[in-house]
Design a protein. Structure first.
Length: 119
C-alpha cells in the first residue's frame, strides 16, 4: 500500500528489485560455473524449460525408481502368504497401501525418481 511521503522508500524498493532481476539474468546468461561444482549425484534437468536447467539429485526415498517402498509400486498392501508353502511369494491384498494411498508412486519425488537437492 502506498502512502504520501513514501516516495523515497518506493524508489529504493523498485531499484532493489530491478538490480535483483538484472543479477538473475546475468547468472542465467553466464551458465553453470563448472560441472564439478555440482553436488555428487546431481544432474541438470533441462525438462523444466529453464534456460540453465535445474539441479536435481536421486530421490533418497525411492533411490531413483519412482516407486513407493511400502508396496513396491503396486499400490496395494503387501501380505506374505506363509501357509502356501512357497517361501518368498508375495500376495497383495485389496487394501490400498497407506504410504502412497494406492498410487504406487514415491510420495517424495512424485514418481519421477529425482528431487531438488536438500542442502
Amino acid at each position: 500500500m502506498y502512502y504520501p511521503g513514501q516516495e523515497a522508500q518506493l524508489r529504493a524498493a523498485m531499484a532493489e528489485s530491478e538490480a535483483f532481476r538484472q543479477q538473475i539474468e546475468a547468472n542465467h546468461a553466464r551458465g553453470p560455473a563448472e560441472p564439478s561444482a555440482a553436488p555428487a549425484g546431481s544432474t541438470a534437468d533441462s525438462s523444466s524449460g529453464a534456460s540453465g536447467g535445474v539441479q536435481t539429485q536421486e530421490c533418497p526415498r525411492c533411490h531413483g525408481s519412482g516407486q513407493c517402498n511400502g508396496c513396491e509400486g503396486t499400490g496395494h498392501k503387501d501380505v506374505t502368504d506363509a501357509v502356501s508353502g512357497q517361501m518368498g511369494e508375495k500376495k497383495y491384498s485389496s487394501e490400498m497401501c497407506r504410504t502412497c494411498g494406492g498410487s504406487g508412486k514415491c510420495q517424495l519425488c512424485g514418481g519421477k525418481g529425482r528431487t531438488l537437492p536438500i542442502w
